[in-house]
Ligand binder design. Sequence first.
Ligand SMILES: [Cu+2]
Length: 234
Amino acid sequence: MLGWPNPSALPLALARQRTRTMRPSSFFQRGEGELLLNFGLVATPLCKESAMHRRIATKGLVLTAVTAGLFPLTTQADDLKDRFKHYLEHEKNQTASVTVAFGAGLNTAQPGNPANHHILPREIVLRSGGVVTFMVAGFHQIIVFGQGVVQGQIAVPPTGVFIFDPAPPSSLPVHYQGLRPAGGPPPGLASTSDPSNAQNRIESVSFAQPGDYLVICNVRTHFIDGMWAVVKVR
Ligand SMILES: [Cu+2]
């Protein structure tokens, strides 16, 4: 008896080939009968007593499915591909512009006010070319250091309002130094009413190159309370 090539065996062979190429999902590695059951093409369990019976039944069902144009493997794969593509686009958009709370808000006033001394979130993930929008609330000053500067390199003086006054030393490269909190523009900029340096403000900072960027509040006691974060540009 001829088993192959046999025209009636072609649909089964195609089904097996697709099963192999659709790995790694274990869903596709089950028996052909279960495969059809899972796709809802069969309402009752196939005969389990004989592998031959199952094979014969499967052949017929696969042939029927292919003939009717209902075999859904390609549709399943396309659906998964579309979902993955949508997920990647969503992630790309989510990391192109990130809003960060620089200060915990205006309803935290209390002695010492440690509840206000945070950058949230502490780990900020951004894609290269993206922007971080710092929502500054309260008396704070942003300093974003260049790549490679870590928290342990920040030498905090024993007294004073600011850590770096007027600016960090040249040994600590600066990516961006923010506005003084109602105390004038950062070094190098003439005094002006534009940009505003009101305490409650927005400062948008662009990051063109990948790397890890340390962000601190330059107010001494705020940094001591843990007001720092890292922007991870990927
Ligand atoms: Cu601060």
